[in-house]
Structures are given as C-alpha cells and as structure tokens.
Write a protein of this length. Structure first.
Lengths: 406, 246
C-alpha cells in the first residue's frame, strides 16, 4: 500500500468526522500557539534588556579597589584608597585594547537652588565618560581639559535634577546652584536616557571634572573607580588582562597574592540579566509545553475512540488483504495529520497573538525562526508519539474478532 | 478440473479456560474450479471456524490446507494477508461496506492493498466489477444511500474485483428479504455459470438446492457431502414469487 493511498484514506476518515477532528486539533492549536506566543514574549524581554545594557555600554569595564585584610580585619573595597591617579594614567598610556578611559570619584549630597533642593549624586570624571556611558550633551557644552586642570566649578546636569531645581526654567545653562556648600555653574544639559532595566534613573546625576570633586568636594587625592571602554565587546577580555597587568605592577602585587582591586565588565552584567530572562523564557515555554502535552493526550484519546469505533472496518480491511503495518500506518498518518494541521494553525494563531500582545500591551516581542520550527517539530512528534499506541492496538487486532465486533 | 481447495484432516482446537474445545475434528475435502459449494450446519457445528480457515483468517491446529496449490499452514500473518488479497473474495452477511463511502471506492478497496495496480487501473476494474453486478448506474452512490440488496451487490463486486480463486460468502443472503435474496442468488448462479468457484456458508437448507454441491457439518465433522443432480434455477424461483403490490 503506497503512501498516497494511506494519506487519502486518513483524509477521508477525518473528513467523515470533521467536528471531532477539529476539537482534537484545538488542543494542539492552543498548545502550539501558546508555545510560540510565550517564547516570543520571553525572547522579547531578553532582547529589550540586552539592548538596554548595550545602551549603557556593553563594552564598559569598571575597576574598583578590592577589599583588603590587614591584621585580620577585612575592610570593604570602597573604604580603600588603593587606586591612584597614576594607575589611571598608566592604563591610559599603555593599554591598546581600550578606547576611552576616565577616573571616577563620586559624592552624594543635596543640590540646592534657591528654595528648591534635591538629593542626588555628583560624579567627577573626564570627558571620556560621556563616550563610555553613552551620554550626550543636548544643550550647552561639556567641560574642557582646561576645566579639569583648574578644577573649575562647572558641571553638566541630568534632566531629573534639573526638573527638581529649575521646574519652570526652560534653559538653566549658565545658572549657578550649590552642591552641599560648593557652588557649581551649569554649562551643559545631558540628553535624557530614562530608566535602565534595573529601574535606576539614569538622569539623576551631575557630572563635573574629577579634579573639582577630589579637591573641593571630597578633599582626597586617590580615586574611587576607573571606568573604561574596550575597543569593542569582543576585546573585553584582552582589555581586562592589560588593566590587570598595569595594576599588579603598580601595586607591587606578588604572584599568588590577593589582588587589591576588582575588575568588572558590563558583559558579565548582561549575562547575568539575560540569564534571568532565559529562566523566564524556560518557565513560560514549560507551561506552554504542558498544554501541548495535554493536546497530545487528547489526540491519543480520540484515536482510541476512533480505533474502537472502526473495529469492524479494521477487520474488513484485514480480511481483504491489509497487513498490520498498513493499518498501523493508516492510523498513524491520521494522528499526524491532526497534529500537523493543528500545528500549522497554531503557528499562525501564535504569531498573531504575539503581535496582538505587542500592539495592545506595548510589550516587546521577538519571534525567532527556531521557536516556530521547534513548536512545529514538537507537535509532529506528538502526533507520532500519541498516535502510536492506538495505531499499534488497531494493527494487532485479530481480523476474526474485529469482523464480529458489535 | 483444477483443484482450488484441498483440506487434509483439518483440526482446530481452542483453549477456553481449562477446557479444550474441538471446533473441527478432522475435516478433509477438495473443491475444484467452478464448483458452487454450500456448507451447511447448525450453530456450533464448526462452520464459522471452517470458513475462517478457508479464508486464511485462522490457521488450523493440525492438518494441511492448500489454496490454489499453496500450503497455508506455515504462513505468517503478513503472508496470509497477501494471500487473502490475491486469492479470496469475501462476502459478509452484514455487507461490511465502509461508511459514507461511494460504491466505487468500496470496490476499489482490495486493490489499494495491491501495489501492482495504479489509480487508473483500480478505477477501471472497480467500474467493470460494479457493472457486472448490475450497479453500473450507481457508481457514485454512498453506502448509506443504498438498499440492502444494492449494498450486497457492492460487496459482491468488491469480492470479484481482484479476480479471486475462490469467493467465500458468509450467510450472504441472511439480512435480505426473500425477493432480494433470490436476486442475489441469481447473481451467484450467474457467477457460477461464468466459471467462478464459490463457497457459500449458510444454515438455510433452501440455498443448497441452488448450488452444485452441499457439504454438511456437525460437531466438527462432515456428515454429508453430496452433489446436486438437480440444480434449481433462482431466476425461475424469483419469477414465481408473488408480485409485490403494496
């Protein structure tokens, strides 16, 4: 018996029971559509987080002082004063895999203008910082090297701070406010970046020359962090190696000793964040997969009913020459036909539902070819798997018994 | 004359619980090409078991069965399926047509399991089989749109379509009224006249009078095997029936 004939017989059997076939298919349709929609949502959040992180600078590397142990007391890294300006200068001059580098000193306090005030942070950096963190100046200018040399009391301000201090002033460039007791003149305004994926307001900051913060605000000579950009994300590891080399030499760290600094790449951060969304994707897919499984069991159920109902037909087919494998193939094709047709409809519905989610809930979605192929493959396998047992039962019937079945 | 069926001391025992039921206790006979044999017996006589054996649906516990010169006893399930497909045409009491399926598709069915024929050949053979049973004008009728007599004619066409060595009919007129029964008998006699080998299992003694030979079974043994010297003509019997005037 050839395949085309079997196919025709299976189609005919389905055609004789359209409502039942459709209801059985419904389980598969819902299952496949759920898998595709859920994966689209999961992948969508992953993609949006990835793009936000790369917005923050996916090739960013941070160097912080490490914790130290003296006399058995471990102190926190931020208390340490182990990073010096010389470290920054040496890395800047020697590293070849680094495109931008800036020292960073930071202070938190109250920004005050007239009666308005707001708690915020001030970052002391150089002009590379804009490139590293992908900030842009929308109004006015960024401070110059001259300002850094003279520790000028100038700053660039984020939108959140401006809204608090100058709620009615459309152009506060040139105004002078106080950060703590130190007056700062606004020379530029940062373009708004909004909130990042961890919910932090990226516009709630003031940027000033690092020398100003060191001398006038904190009165320190060390620096708290060095931030830099690798040439691109792929060169992060080489850049880290170079930084490590400079710092171990500068800090006279012997082989085998604990380093007194920490290097952290944004890349790690992105891996960490995407692992969360990956977990989310897996959970969603698992829930959807269960509904596909239930759909598969529905097929098995119906195929059993179908085999029982058509026992006489099976007996007749056997008596006129159908072999066990012909009967097996007939019922198997029938169940595959149900699941594959259901799968196709499910793919269409799933994609439509995903776009509906995007349209109505404004949620990022990403439909990837592999999810569609996976869902479709799973439902074909479901058809074979759950169709096998009833088909096997049919093919093992004794023709004499089957013909006599009432 | 060519020998179509040869049974040699066929025994068939079933084990039901602890007991052994001996359905056939040594049955031997031969049937030659072109015979119209009725096998008679009351229920429990073993005629169903004999029919299943003749139809290669069942294998005997002991004894030899040659169908068209081939020994059936040692064949496996698949070989017997192929043998049934090529050599046997079944006709059942309850027709066993596929539901909601046209006459032509029903008749094509045995040919679907024979890779030798393509779609066009299947259709041609099915049409000519249907024409030979007088249903040339009802090719596309579905099984649920036909009367009992028409359904049995479709079933006969299905049994003829593969040009079998033997036609096995199991109470083929059992579900039909007497007029339709005679119409079917007329058809069987015509097939007999055309040289077909027919085995007709029945418990109705009247049928035996229209066949060429009668084998009677009782308790798993043959009690009588007689040739019919005076075969009645079913056509005449049909004509003699009172006309239906209601």
């Amino acid at each position: 018996m050839n395949f085309v004939n079997l196919f025709r017989i299976a189609l005919k059997a389905l055609g004789n029971n359209k409502t039942r076939g459709f209801l059985t298919m419904l389980g598969i349709i819902i299952g496949v559509a759920a898998v595709i929609t859920m994966l689209a949502i999961g992948q969508g959040s992953k993609k949006s987080i990835q793009s936000e992180i790369s917005e923050m600078g996916s090739n960013m590397i941070m160097v912080m002082p490490g914790g130290d142990r003296r006399g058995g007391v471990r102190s926190s890294g931020s208390d340490m004063e182990s990073l010096k300006l010389k470290d920054y200068e040496d890395i800047r001059d020697n590293a070849s895999y680094i495109s931008y580098i800036s020292p960073l000193v930071q202070s938190s306090g109250q920004a005050i203008y007239g009666a308005a005030n707001t708690p915020t942070s001030i970052y002391g950096v150089n002009s590379d910082y804009l490139e590293i963190r992908r900030y842009k100046v929308s109004d006015g200018d960024f401070f110059s090297d001259q300002d850094i040399r003279t520790a000028a009391k100038v700053c660039v301000v984020g939108k959140t701070v401006l809204d608090e201090l100058f709620p009615d002033d459309p152009n506060p460039v040139g105004k002078v406010f106080r950060f703590g007791s130190i007056p700062f003149r606004i020379i530029g305004i940062l373009e708004s970046k909004g909130y990042n994926s961890m919910g932090m307001d990226q516009d709630d900051l003031i940027i000033a020359p690092y020398t100003t913060i060191q001398k006038r605000v904190l009165a320190i000579t060390h620096i708290q962090q060095i931030v830099c950009s690798a040439l691109s994300e792929e060169y992060t590891d080489q850049a880290i190696a170079e930084i490590r080399q400079v710092l171990t030499a500068n800090h006279k760290i012997k082989e085998g000793d604990e380093e007194d600094f920490n290097i952290r790449a944004q890349e790690e951060m992105s891996t960490m964040m995407t692992s969360v969304t990956d977990l989310l994707t897996i959970l969603l897919a698992a829930v959807a997969g269960i509904s596909l499984l239930v759909g598969g069991i529905g097929i098995m159920n119906i195929m059993f009913v179908s085999v029982t109902e058509r026992t006489r037909e099976i007996g007749l087919r056997m008596s006129i020459g159908a072999k066990g494998r012909d009967i097996l193939a007939q019922f198997l094709i029938e169940s595959i036909l149900i699941s594959v047709t259901g799968g196709l409809i499910g793919v269409v519905f799933g994609i439509a539902a995903a776009y509906l989610v995007q349209l109505l809930a404004d949620y990022p979605i990403a439909i990837q070819a592999w999810t569609v192929i996976l869902a479709f493959a799973v439902c074909t396998v479901t058809g074979v798997f759950f169709g096998w047992y009833p088909a096997r039962k049919a093919s093992n019937l004794d023709p004499i018994e089957a013909l006599r079945y009432e | 004359m060519k020998e179509v069926i040869r049974l040699e001391n066929i025994r068939r025992h079933f084990i039901v619980g602890e007991e052994v039921v001996k359905a056939l206790r040594g049955v031997s006979f031969t049937i030659e090409e072109g015979e119209f044999v009725t096998i008679m017996g009351t229920s429990g006589s073993g005629k169903s078991t004999l029919l299943n054996t003749l139809g290669c649906l069942d294998t005997p516990t002991s004894g030899e069965y040659y169908l068209d010169g081939v020994s059936v006893r040692t064949m496996d399930r698949n070989q017997r399926a192929t043998l049934r497909n090529r050599k046997i045409g079944f006709i059942f009491q309850n027709y066993n047509l596929l539901a909601k399926t046209t006459a032509i598709e029903n008749v094509e069915l045995p040919l679907l399991y024979n890779p030798r024929y393509n779609a066009r050949q299947r259709r041609e053979m099915a049409v000519s089989a249907l024409q030979s049973v007088g249903l040339g004008d009802r090719l596309q009728h579905r099984s649920n749109q036909m009367s009992g007599g028409q359904m049995q004619r479709v079933a006969i066409a299905r049994a003829l379509v593969n040009n079998p060595a033997v036609i096995l009919a199991d109470e083929a007129t059992g579900n039909l009224d007497s007029r339709t029964s005679f119409e079917i008998l007329v058809l069987f006699q015509r097939l007999h006249a055309e040289g077909r080998t027919i085995i007709f299992v029945t418990h109705n003694p009247d049928i035996a009078r229209y066949s060429s030979r009668n084998i009677t079974l009782r308790d798993g043994r043959i009690t009588a095997d007689t040739r019919n010297g005076q075969i009645l003509d079913a056509q005449e019997a049909l004509a003699a029936l009172p006309a239906q005037n209601d």
